[in-house]
Write a protein that binds this ligand. Structure first.
Ligand code: SF4
Ligand code: SF4
Length: 307
């Protein structure tokens, strides 16, 4: 029964576009919780206070859903066939080229949850897409989908790291996958490629220096000492992914929802620098970028422009 149901879940996940699906027991993650506490104690999490509050809950899916037995981890490819033009332009990371991934992934998780409830009435399940109060990369590693690399991203052995992670915590008893082992070996390419030195050592990210954190989450004044390292990046940074040899295996997605709009493709340095609030709202109407609001986006543009 568990095996058949697990197969049905994995087949349905594949049908709706997830390229990988793995399942782990909904048990506390003691080692990972210890690492999180140490990271927070060193202040490396910056202003992400939600990570500091209740680390034990983040490390225990049963504190998110009582009587949970399983966590289904799912990966959704966002690797684009083409990058946006780089010449005479400012830089937007690949993960926000298309529709807001929180919404896109949540819709797909809801589709899978509906199927599970149809197959097994009485199933309780909750889906999360980059909003989970749980440690989603650690859960995905435990579900056999890859390992947390020295750049602190989940690396899939055959696809690299350009994907969104979703998870479903459920009361269903399923068949479990084996955790994945680390395959970084002696490689240090991501550490060498990080423009700001945010990767202060293997598996050690100082979020306060990370361009993705600074442009997407941090609300204060950007650190002047990092200005030149930002180069033209105004939202996100792909440097530690571009450097990773496993991303040579990435294959382009075929989801029209993740393609950049014509307007985004036509942006150039001059248009970014003169972007008004109205244009920002229109340009990012369906994008996750809209979540950070115009003043913060304006701050990013002005920062790389030397203002
Ligand atoms: S996203 Fe950019 S700044 Fe952040 S760790 Fe990776 S390379 Fe460094
Ligand atoms: S670049 Fe090398 S060290 Fe960094 S995550 Fe990829 S394989 Fe691991």
């Amino acid at each position: 029964m568990n095996r058949d149901l697990t197969q049905k879940i994995k087949q349905h996940a594949s049908r709706i576009g997830f390229f990988a699906c793995g399942i782990s027991r909904a048990e506390p993650m003691v080692v990972e919780s210890g690492r999180l506490k140490k990271w927070v104690a060193e202040g490396l999490h910056g202003d992400m206070h939600y990570l500091a509050s209740n680390p034990d809950k983040r490390a225990n899916p049963r504190q998110v859903l009582e009587h949970a037995r399983s966590v289904i981890s799912l990966l959704y490819n966002y690797y684009p066939r083409q990058t946006l033009p780089k010449e005479n332009n400012l830089y937007i990371a690949r993960f926000v080229y298309g529709k807001d991934y929180h919404i896109l992934i949540k819709e797909k998780l809801n589709d899978l949850i509906a199927a599970m409830k149809h197959w097994i009435p009485g199933t309780i399940a909750i889906g999360f897409a980059d909003a989970a109060p749980v440690m989603e990369k650690a859960l995905a590693q435990r579900a056999g989908l890859g390992w947390i690399g020295k750049n602190m991203l989940l690396i899939h052995p055959e696809r690299g790291s350009y994907f969104f992670i979703g998870e479903i915590i459920t009361t269903l008893e399923l068949e479990y996958d084996q955790p994945h082992t680390d395959q970084c070996g002696s490689c240090r390419r991501c550490l060498e490629a990080c423009p700001t030195g945010a990767l202060t050592g293997p598996y050690r990210l100082d979020a306060r220096k990370c361009i993705t954190y600074l442009t997407d989450i941090y609300k204060g004044e950007l650190p002047d000492g990092l200005r030149t390292s930002f180069e033209s990046r105004i939202y996100g940074c792909d440097a530690c992914q571009e450097a990773c040899p496993f991303n040579r295996l990435a294959v382009p997605h075929n989801d029209p929802d993740l393609l950049p709009t014509q307007k985004l493709k036509e942006m150039n340095r001059d248009r970014w620098e003169n972007l008004t609030e109205g244009e920002f709202q229109e340009l990012f109407e369906h994008s996750a970028v809209k979540r950070i609001s115009y003043p913060m986006f304006r701050r990013n543009i002005d920062f790389v422009g030397g203002k």
